[in-house]
Each structure stands twice: as structure tokens, then as C-alpha cells.
Design a protein around this ligand. Structure first.
Ligand SMILES: *Cc1c(COP(=O)(O)O)cnc(C)c1O
Length: 429
């Protein structure tokens, strides 16, 4: 596969942008190579600047659940852009967006729009602290909540693969109130509430973790998180930036049957534009300025283009729920991958929920950050490049989740499995 154009483009970008990219996850650092530069995308397909086509399982790291360039989303953006791109003043689109979010995620009784997932979690944390008058927060190893200072502790995602769990530039003071626990560690959670009575403002977690690869919560773990936060007057924050609208209309909280106090959204909520949102119990949300005293603001928050793309995406998901089909396809794909890996004698374990999955190159079940770290990342890199060479674009790190969209179909899955058979055979050599 000729990738001359991408190589040149990356060399140029590196002279201009730190590391040549505007977000480290896309730099291919974890798989030892150079990123591909893209020209266009349609449905499940990406086309790079050399004209190569790839089946896309990243979906812009989650947002593109309708596939790329979905006509309804493109039309909404075009029509809205023609009327002006930003006013810095309220529009009715924002209320329409809020209504949709609240209808789909009933625990969100009030909602505030922001511009990224990071802003959503950062703002939810500040609100939880403002609401409780407490400082300490509990986070879990391998959960990624954006690049918020106080949450950059064993943060998963690209922070994992780059081996910089604690970034330089994060003052010690910013993380001194962060209590770090292992995901699924019920005893640790109980102990933390014992050790810091009346001190814990919030527990924040990805209810289904996607940033150490896909890791599912134990039933007891989430139930306990809900029970302890309620008992101790702490705020339970679900970071559903990745799982929101991905696993069900109501996100992970709908399928798990556990209701948080606050929810952070991002990715799908913006339909491919830079958007985040946070919301939850009215009593807490009414403390956000100007309704209340907790400051949070954004010049471009709720801007019309972003709202139009988000509204079009959420409306499509609501009117034509694709979740059964998405899951069935992911099931076929992952079942096939497991069988092929087994036949090729490659130790693996695969986690999947709905249309999110990770193939881990370890024979152990992966249930937390520690077990995720047992993966053979060298083997993952081999698999990743072997798939790239066969036109399949997977997340470029072992510690990420892959996604399919409604544009992926049986034919695409069969092409992917044929590629995987070749890739596994190559790895065995
Ligand atoms: C992607 C992600 C974020 C950060 O969102 P950005 O828009 O990249 O700032 C936060 N939490 C989770 C769970 C994510 O997957």
C-alpha cells in the first residue's frame, strides 16, 4: 500500500504542530509508525490522501455512530451554516438539544452544553465539589476523563500507551484530592469512604470503561458505588462521553439500571462536531451559574452548527433505534475474530458490549487496568499493521475500544474477517 502522501504530510505537520498531531491518541506512537492523513469519509469507509480506502472501526473515536457523512447530519450542518455560525447569544436549537438529551437520558433533568468531553467532566467535578462543599474525588485506574488536571492519574487512553500516567505540568496540589482505586474493586471503594468520612465530593467513573480497552463493571461494583455515594452525600458522576447514545438511547446507565446524579456526555452528542454536555439532578444543576453560584462558561458553547449536527444525530438514533442491529453485527464480527485467533493459536480475550469491543492479546480475562496491562502490546502492533495493510483501520492502541456504525453491514464484516484471517496467519510466522 502506497502511503507516500501521508508520510510527507506527517513530516510537514511535525514541523508545525507538536508531534504532528492535535491529540496524541492519533499519532500511532503505541504501534510504532506514522499516522495516516485522511481526505474524506463515507459510511464505513475512510479514504486517505494517497487514495487508499480503509474500513473504519474508530469512528473518530466514537462519535460517528451513523457512519461518515450521514446525509441527515450533513444537511443539518449546511442549512444551519447558511444562517450564521455563531451568535454568542441563545438560540432555540439549544433548547431543542436539551430536550432531546433529557428525553433520551431521563436522569438528566437539566443540561448544560460545552465544547468537549474534557470540559464536561471538568465542569461536572467542579459542580459536585461546589454542591457538596467537599474536595476529594474518587477515580479509577484506567478510566479516562479527558485531560483534566485532577484526573490525569493512571488515566488510560493515550496516557496509558505513552506511559505518562502523571503528566508533567500537573501540580501536585491538583491531584492530592484524587483518590485512585482499581476498577471493580468493591473493597477499595468501601475503605475509601471509611477513610475519608464527609470528605468525598464525588465518585467519577466510566460505568463501562472504554479507555483501557473495553472493560465491563461487575454488577456489585456499580450498585455499591451508587449505594455509598447516596449514603455519604457524595455525587455519583457517570462519564458517558463514550458510552452515551452508543450502547442505548440512554447510554450505559439505561442498560445497567444504575442512575447517577450527574452524567458527562461528548462524542456522539455532537454528531462529529466538537461538543460535550453535562447534566443530572435538577437540584444539583441549578447550582450552575447564572442559576446558582458555581461558575462555568463557554464563548462557543451551544453554537448553532454543533447543535444542528448533534440534534440530527440524536434524532436519527431516537426515531430509528439501531441498537439491536449494531449489536448483532458486532457479535458476528467479534465471534469471528475469536474463532480465527483461536484457530491461529493466538492467546487472546475479547470484551464486547453492544457495538464496542476490544481484542486483548492476553489469555487472561480483562477486568481492570492491571489485567489490561498483561497484554502483549508487541503482538497488538503486529496485528494492527497487518490489518492496516489489508485496509482495516483499527484503534492504534491496545487500550482503546473499537466501534461499528450503522453503515457497517454483513459484507463489511466478512471483508474484515477475511483481513483478520490473513493478519493472524502473518503473525504466526
Ligand atoms: C473521549 C473521552 C473523554 C474526553 O473527551 P474529549 O472530547 O476528548 O475532551 C472523556 N471521557 C471519556 C470516557 C472519553 O472516552
Amino acid at each position: 500500500m502506497n502511503r507516500e502522501g501521508s508520510l510527507k504530510a506527517f513530516a510537514r505537520a511535525k514541523q508545525l504542530i507538536p508531534g504532528g498531531v492535535n491529540s496524541p491518541a492519533r499519532a500511532f506512537g503505541a504501534v510504532g509508525g506514522q499516522p495516516i492523513f485522511f481526505e474524506s469519509a463515507l459510511g464505513p469507509w475512510l479514504t486517505d490522501i494517497d487514495g487508499n480506502r480503509y474500513i473504519d472501526y474508530i469512528g473518530s473515536w466514537g462519535p460517528m455512530i451513523l457512519g461518515h457523512s450521514h446525509p441527515r447530519v450533513v444537511k443539518a450542518i449546511q442549512e444551519t451554516a447558511a444562517k450564521g455560525t455563531s451568535f454568542g447569544a441563545p438560540t432555540e436549537l439549544e433548547s431543542q438539544m436539551a430536550e432531546l438529551i433529557m428525553a433520551m437520558v431521563p436522569s438528566m433533568e437539566r443540561v448544560r452544553m460545552v465544547n468537549s468531553g474534557t470540559e464536561a467532566t471538568m465542569s461536572a467535578l467542579r459542580l459536585a465539589r461546589g454542591h457538596t462543599g467537599r474536595d476529594k474525588i474518587i477515580k479509577f485506574a484506567g478510566c479516562y476523563h479527558g485531560h483534566v488536571d485532577s484526573l490525569l492519574v493512571q488515566a488510560g487512553s493515550s496516557a496509558t500507551t505513552l506511559g505518562v500516567p502523571n503528566s508533567p505540568g500537573v501540580p501536585r496540589g491538583s491531584t492530592q484530592d484524587t483518590v485512585l482505586l482499581e476498577f471493580n474493586d468493591c473493597q477499595g471503594l468501601q475503605d475509601a469512604f471509611m477513610n475519608f468520612p464527609q470528605k468525598i465530593a464525588a465518585v467519577i467513573l466510566e460505568p463501562i470503561a472504554g479507555n483501557m480497552g473495553l472493560v465491563l463493571p461487575g454488577k456489585e461494583f456499580l450498585r455499591l458505588a451508587r449505594e455509598l455515594t447516596s449514603q455519604h452525600g457524595s455525587v455519583l458522576i457517570f462519564d458517558e462521553v463514550m458510552t452515551g447514545f452508543r450502547l442505548a438511547q440512554g447510554g450505559a446507565q439505561e442498560i445497567l439500571g444504575v442512575t447517577p446524579d450527574l452524567t458527562a456526555l461528548g462524542k456522539i452528542v455532537g454528531g462529529g462536531l466538537p461538543v460535550g454536555a453535562y447534566g443530572g439532578r435538577k437540584e444539583i444543576m441549578e447550582k450552575v451559574m447564572p442559576a446558582g453560584p458555581v461558575f462555568q462558561a463557554g464563548t462557543l458553547s451551544g453554537n448553532p452548527l454543533a447543535m444542528a449536527a448533534g440534534i440530527a444525530t440524536l434524532s436519527e438514533l431516537r426515531e430509528n433505534p439501531p441498537y439491536a442491529k449494531l449489536e448483532q453485527l458486532a457479535q458476528t464480527l467479534t465471534q469471528g475474530l475469536k474463532e480465527l485467533a483461536t484457530a491461529a493459536g493466538i492467546p487472546h480475550s475479547l470484551n464486547r458490549v453492544g457495538s464496542m469491543w476490544t481484542l486483548f492479546f492476553t489469555p487472561q480475562p480483562v477486568t481492570d487496568y492491571r489485567t489490561a496491562k498483561t497484554c502483549d502490546t508487541r503482538q497488538f502492533s503486529q496485528f494492527f499493521w497487518a490489518m492496516m495493510d489489508r485496509g482495516v483501520y483499527l484503534p492504534c492502541s491496545q487500550f482503546e475500544a473499537a466501534f461499528n456504525s450503522i453503515a457497517h453491514d454483513e459484507g463489511i464484516v466478512q471483508k474484515t474477517l477475511a483481513a483478520a484471517e490473513g493478519a493472524f496467519a502473518q503473525m504466526g510466522k
